[in-house]
Write a protein that binds this ligand. Structure first.
Ligand SMILES: [Ca+2]
Ligand SMILES: [Ca+2]
Length: 412
């Protein structure tokens, strides 16, 4: 019965519109003939071949009423959606159609739409309108349902957003795990051993004495110096300013212009990500690893040979006036590249001007002048003497330079 009442109301409103625009109204014949006549006329009209023309509000109204009478609620809602687009061109939707839209939406359990349409009806209809009291009665119930739907949709949206964030987070974690595990896989196992640390050849400097025996427990040490690719990733992840590459390029070049503090921050970041225990090597570990079992000044022998390291020279294999990409020279017997030359490498230890009182168990010496930290191995800008495995240097812990890098170690 309600459908009939709505249709009657629509017809009543349409009649008003028809009378004022009778001359150009294609469906004038149906005006005022009642619901049944109107439905028949619209059916005939719908079956007749129609020229492609812009949708007319009058025809649209009729087709919506017909759809409502036939309980084709989807068509009602579709028709109303079209009608709303015509509003921009000045078409006025009869208030009873808004009521009809709400009924159709309720039949389809589209509560937000039903609520919206009925709200619009109540805002625009005259309280004397025969459908008005029905609308008022139904409104608060619809409001509750619509709010419930809106809240559910909001919750679903939030859950989806949270799921998306979680997925991104997990992807990040997976990427980081891959990065750290690749880094770990590139560590060489340095076997336990005992060695003579310092000026074993007698050609060294005062700070390399007294020569003493040191025991080293097995540990892992980077086969390579830390690269720009690795360090840049740390910078990107932590918002740190990437160090300058001196115009030589990044990627597989060893990172330069990093201080001891920068190197330590990188190591701390790796540990935070992975739960591993990366660290800088101790000075004793570093020299033991650089010697690769040799007591001579270089792991390859007593004398410097140009083909074995990137030093202050160019020629033959050493074609680099600055840093070389990692791994361009032969690895030592422990599988370590560029221990001698390329970039000097920060180790953990605080500086002491000689080895009097130094630990003999391979641990870092962490008392003394800890604002100065030890760098080892010489670099691209230094001559043969500075590339000796026992050569020592120091720098302020917060100082970075173009010949200064590092590699990571771990006991596990
Ligand atoms: Ca060189
Ligand atoms: Ca080096």
């Amino acid at each position: 019965m309600l459908l009939i009442r709505i249709a009657e109301r629509v017809m009543h409103e349409i009649r008003g519109a028809c009378l004022s625009r009778l001359a150009r109204f294609r469906l004038a014949a149906i005006c005022g003939v009642g619901v049944i006549g109107m439905l028949a006329a619209v059916s005939l009209w719908a079956q007749a071949p129609q020229p492609a023309a812009p949708v007319q509000p009058d025809a649209l109204r009729s087709s919506i009423v017909l759809a409502l009478a036939e309980q084709r609620y989807d068509a009602v809602l579709e028709g109303m959606a079209t009608y709303r687009t015509l509003e921009a061109e000045g078409a006025v939707i009869p208030v009873s159609l808004l009521f009809a839209e709400s009924e159709a939406a309720q039949a389809l359990r589209d509560w937000p739409r039903a609520y919206m349409a009925l709200g619009e009806y109540l805002a625009r209809a005259d309280p004397t309108d025969p459908l008005y009291s029905d609308a008022l009665r139904g409104f608060s119930g619809l409001e509750a349902k619509a709010r419930e739907v809106a809240e559910t949709r909001e919750r679903e949206k939030q859950l989806a957003a949270e799921a998306e964030l979680k997925a991104i987070d997990e992807q990040k974690k997976a990427d980081v795990t891959e990065f750290v595990e690749a880094l770990y896989a590139d560590l060489a196992v340095v076997p336990a051993g005992k060695f003579r640390m310092g000026d074993a050849s007698g050609k060294g400097e005062a700070d390399e004495r007294p020569l003493r025996s040191v025991n080293i427990a097995a540990f892992r040490l980077g086969r390579h110096e830390v690269t720009f690719a690795q360090f840049d990733r740390f910078c990107a992840a932590t918002g740190r300013k990437p160090p300058d590459d001196n115009g030589w390029g990044r990627d597989q070049r060893p990172v330069i212009n990093v201080s001891w503090d920068d190197a330590s921050a990188y190591v701390a970041w790796l540990n935070e990500l992975s739960g591993r225990a990366f660290r800088l090597p101790s000075e004793a570990e570093w020299e033991y690893a650089a010697r690769g079992g040799a007591a001579t000044d270089y792991w390859w022998g007593a004398d410097f040979k140009p083909g074995y390291a990137n030093a202050k020279s160019t020629g033959g294999r050493d074609e680099w006036p600055g840093t070389a990409p990692i791994g361009q020279f032969p690895a030592n017997p422990f599988g370590l590249f560029d221990m001698n030359g390329n970039v000097r490498e920060w180790v953990q230890d605080c500086w002491h001007s000689d080895y009097s009182g130094a630990p003999a168990d391979g641990h870092a010496w962490l008392t003394g002048d800890c604002n100065r930290r030890v760098v080892r191995g010489g670099a691209w800008n230094l001559g043969a003497a500075s590339l000796r495995s026992s050569d020592r240097e120091w720098d302020d812990r917060n100082f970075g330079f173009t010949d200064r890098g590092f590699r990571v170690a771990t006991s596990k």
